[in-house]
Design a protein around this ligand. Structure first.
Ligand code: IMP
Ligand code: MG
Length: 182
């Protein structure tokens, strides 16, 4: 597919191309492999947005990995985070004494991750780190505690590579700005 865009009227510029995604995911996989050498990893994907990123990332990690998923729903409108998060699907795994890597699609305000971090830390994991495909440029990195970042991104609402607008466009192989109806 042409990375200049799909021609879909709802889509604006391609902000992260397929090639950029592939290259960056490979680098992240190497970093994670190095950092978790000798340890078993439990990757926890936040549904639904993280599913494509996590699937690609998992194939670039060379230490033993188990997978689990959580689904959360944020109260309030779909394009704006309220910080109040409800766990719609909890983990199957007991994370006590496990090395947990939380995988998220995008850190926008950071409120969702902040909530999940606290929630998971209360369960006594051996370690807990965060990997996010996209992080808004104005997010305070110290506060968000994101250990692995794919790409810094501006204020555009984006879709593709797992991210949606009203459940659409998740399957795009790149990340594009969204220009359609909110
Ligand atoms: P936060 O709690 O404000 O960090 O919101 C994070 C969540 O908002 C993400 O997991 C996404 O589900 C959603 N989100 C924020 N920005 C975008 C975007 O540009 N496209 C798609 N989803 C987004
Ligand atoms: Mg999400």
């Amino acid at each position: 597919m042409n990375v200049e865009g799909s021609g879909h009227p709802d889509l604006g510029d391609v902000l992260v191309s397929e090639q950029q995604l592939r290259d960056r995911v490979a680098v992240l996989g190497k970093e994670i492999t190095r950092d978790y050498e000798g340890r078993d990893l439990l990757m926890v994907g936040i549904l639904k947005g993280a599913f494509i990123f996590m699937a690609d990332l998992a194939r670039e990690i060379a230490v033993p990995v188990e997978f689990d998923f959580m689904a959360v729903s944020s109260y309030g409108s779909s394009t704006k985070s309220s910080g109040v998060v409800r766990i719609v699907k909890d983990l199957d795994a007991d994370v006590t004494d496990r090395h947990v890597l939380l995988v998220e699609d995008i850190v926008d305000t950071g409120l969702t991750l902040n909530y999940l971090r606290k929630n998971l830390l209360a369960r006594g994991p051996a370690s807990l780190e965060i990997c996010a495909l996209l992080v808004r440029r104005d997010v305070d990195r110290e506060e968000a505690r994101v250990r692995y970042t794919g790409f810094d991104i501006g204020d555009d609402f984006v879709v593709g590579y797992g991210l949606d607008a009203g459940q659409r466009h998740r399957g795009l192989p790149y990340v594009a700005a969204y220009r359609g109806p909110a």
